[in-house]
Design a protein around this ligand. Structure first.
Ligand SMILES: CC(C)(COP(=O)(O)OP(=O)(O)OC[C@H]1O[C@@H](n2cnc3c(N)ncnc32)[C@H](O)[C@@H]1OP(=O)(O)O)[C@@H](O)C(=O)NCCC(=O)NCCS
Length: 164
């Protein structure tokens, strides 16, 4: 199959698009979606975005062949005092991923996830974590890429991938 998208490292100017992807992740169920401003100004979501990109932030953006962003995956290290949904410990970055609706189920998410994991491994991290609502099909993707559930909360699981 001819690749109809490509993946590049994220840069500081991608902050707005990453915001869009946080909104996609928060609204994955569709339906009565929360408005963008409400999601990205909420404490639990803004912590994945504030000050992008600060030292230690790493991400990748998928683009269509016209150069339009269609998906992104990134990780950042959050402090114990301000943990993300999938915080498992100091020194373990937490990842976020989102793909624009019309591009889903075309392999973009898996390609982004693989690039991000390779990058985390190359940077010397031992683990990567994430949080996912248990009924999101993304769980299947994460499992197939080597993530395993380490903690179960109310409707939501924390998953971790060992990188070495
Ligand atoms: C989750 C998400 C990032 C996956 O990206 P994607 O580009 O759609 O995923 P891919 O096409 O790479 O598919 C990867 C796997 O997911 C599963 N999958 C994809 N679409 C699916 C669907 N509609 N229903 C069920 N499983 C599906 C398949 O197991 C697929 O594996 P395959 O390669 O064997 O077909 C994307 O769908 C998305 O942005 N969803 C909304 C936001 C979200 O839920 N973010 C994650 C929050 S934790």
């Amino acid at each position: 199959m001819v690749e109809s998208f490509r993946i590049r490292p994220a840069v500081q100017a991608d902050g707005g698009f990453l915001g869009d992807m946080v909104v996609e992740a928060a609204n994955w169920r569709g339906g009565g979606a929360r408005p963008r401003h409400e999601v990205i100004s909420s404490a639990e979501h803004s912590r994945y975005l504030t000050g992008w990109m600060r030292p230690g932030d790493t991400g990748f953006v998928a683009e269509d062949l016209r150069g339009e962003p269609i998906g992104a995956a990134w990780y950042r290290m959050l402090p114990r005092s301000e943990p993300g949904f999938g915080w498992v410990g100091t020194g373990v970055p937490e990842l976020i991923i989102g793909v624009r609706p019309i591009w889903r189920a075309h392999g973009v998410g898996r390609a982004l996830l693989q690039r991000l994991c390779e990058s985390a491994r190359a940077q010397g991290f031992a683990r990567l974590s994430l949080s996912v609502e248990r009924d999101n099909f993304a769980v299947t993707l994460y499992r197939s890429e080597g993530f395993a559930v380490t903690q179960s909360g109310l409707g939501r699981d924390t998953m971790v991938k060992r990188l070495r």
